[in-house]
Design a binder for this molecule. Sequence first.
Ligand code: SAH
Length: 248
Amino acid sequence: MKKYLWVVVILIVGISSIFYLLSRSLENKNNSVFKESWEEKCIGMVEQQIEKRGVKDPLVLKAMREVPRHEFVPENLQNQAYDDTPLPIGYGQTISQPYIVALMTENLQIVPGCKVLEVGTGSGYQAAILARMGCQVYTIEIIKDLAEKAEEKLKELSYDNVIVKQGDGYLGWEEEAPFDRIIVTCAVDHLPPPLLSQLKEGGKMVIPVGPPWSIQSLWVVEKTRDGITTRDLGAVRFVPLTREFQGE
Ligand code: SAH
């Protein structure tokens, strides 16, 4: 009788170990399939939405392939992270459409090591792209919660060359000026004088200019010895730059 009991115990332990090992290996397999599929989606996004529309800068394309965009969108929207669209990130704000991020970044003509100011941190995705390209990034967000969240996310993903500040980006970042490049990711109806004065001579700024809650023009502004030159990249629609936080 005792002998049978032992056999039963050994059988139960054996079978449960097999089930445990099987379930662990399945779990690992699922994880790697999951991970691979984010990477595949990201590569597809760059190929279909960005390269096909004419963005060529290899540094931009590489960064867009390497930064995990799904990490910067709300969890319930992660499966749309690589779609051809902007997405809500809370507080009525959005993470820009991937193509617009690529277009703006390409027109900044980034040189690794350059000092960039971003106005409108939002999710932190654009800042991560610039950091991946080797810039020293200073980014300002007016909504405290978004600034904190973005800072946390950038730290978690080890983008150490980004400094996030909560504040009004219209005023720029006087203590860190001048900047080689400035990117504004919220719409203004005029070029903010503090940003122009904090841009180096020979520096470039990409900024959506036009009426709020409407269609704006995406401008590339170059600061020359004699003033500025502007070039229009086409119509865009950005959330407006606000001077103080109104909302939840
Ligand atoms: N670059 C972001 C998208 C930004 S959406 C990304 O990659 O996700 C525009 C952001 O600009 C919003 O988060 C909004 O809160 C912020 N914003 C609006 N007015 C601002 C201001 N005066 N200073 C700084 N940020 C501002």
